[in-house]
Design a protein around this ligand. Sequence first.
Ligand code: GDP
Ligand code: IMO
Ligand code: MG
Length: 427
Amino acid sequence: MSATSVIGLQWGDEAKGKIVDLLTEQHDIVVRYLGGNNAGHTVIFGGETYKLSLLPAGILHDSVVSVIATGVVINPKAFLEELGRIVERRGNVPPERMLISDRAHVIFPYHMAEEAAFEKARGGDAIGTTMRGIGTCYRDKAGRTHAIRMGDLINPDRLRRRLEEIVPQKNRAIAALDDDFVPFEVDVIYEEYSNYADQLRPYVTDTTSFLHKAVAAGKKLLFEGAQGCLLDIDHGSFPYVTSSNSSGCGIHSGSGVSERVISKMIGIVKAYTTRVGGGPFPTELDDEIGQHIRDVGNEYGTVTGRPRRCGWFDAVATGYGARLSGVDCIAVMLVDVLDGLDEIKICEAYDFNGVRTTDFPSHVEDLAQMKPIYRTVPGWKTDITGIRKRADLPENALKYVETVAELVGYPVEIISVGPDREQTILE
Ligand code: GDP
Ligand code: IMO
Ligand code: MG
């Protein structure tokens, strides 16, 4: 029982990266177990900003081993570029500090092409993906016949055989969707990906076995969630979700480590709500307050630069995410972004055709009908970014955080009042 997990309870971008960075030094191994380079985790300390996408935030600490486990989908080019940027700034990362699962699936250029064609075909109903080939790679994983795993990538014969079988089929399928499509050539992809394979081979291993041994040896594991509960493929606001289990449900399947080793599951929540991409968003603020939150919170996507949709805190959606993941406590982040507001609203229930409910609906058609029932609380109109103790927070700020916790149903352990590692209230 020596593992901790950090899970986003909303639609992603809850500032998981900041908390993972903060907790890393108390752990031996940091594990990314889902998603891919659709994630964007910003970590700031000592005046330096790091933007991590596919690499676990643990990579910023020399003392820990970073693991990209089985449930992650890997774009090798993106991995090597990101690792290159880290090496440039922080020095070499030896393979024994960065392990990649041989079972993880590989993203190829045809995944991006397929995704672009699928999204285009949906027109105004597009999911609004990050266009990184995430969903189409997971689709091939679930479909099995067109999948290529890291263990295949690093075996030249297997890679060529798989590409010779798959690429002509992909070409026919994508051409049927897109008149302007230029077919992929097996030789070109093979050459490019063989080159990546040569660079990646030292990092690729059976991470499941590595993690089992680490657990048996009493090592401390930190599971770094990506995305958020409401983007979970099974339990989120389907189909406006990502293609993996991004709630706490995904830890076991994505890492191969039983969640029974986790002694603490921390749910990360933003003091308001944001979403990138399509789909209903009951508390969305399409007005000057929404724009104020976007400006003050710098709510622009790390990966795609898209303006994030902003709205009031939704305790129905977040409480659902928290129960789904089975958290022990929550961290309330970006509270300082609300500093300038006269009053703040919290959605405590939905009105669904005249009936009050605190259940998060199964279907987005119903989510689109939900009218938020708000509790309005006074703002604090004070700059809290320099505060380091709960007792020093303005009364209304503390009350706000406590109301959020009460409505979500779990205690607050961490309050964040700025992007820097230091701007954190732990006591
Ligand atoms: P993640 O994907 O969950 O790791 O979150 P992101 O990194 O995508 O988005 C969170 C953003 O908020 C990042 O730019 C962080 O630097 C920033 N941030 C984190 N905590 C705070 C905070 O308490 N206050 C403010 N103003 N910004 C924060
Ligand atoms: P982090 O880890 C916010 C969203 C996309 C889109 C949907 C599907 O930084 O919190 P995908 O490319 O995964 O098929 O897109 O999921 N999305 C995220 N939104 N934060 C993320 O990651 C996200 N990763 C995917 O915007 O709506
Ligand atoms: Mg993010």
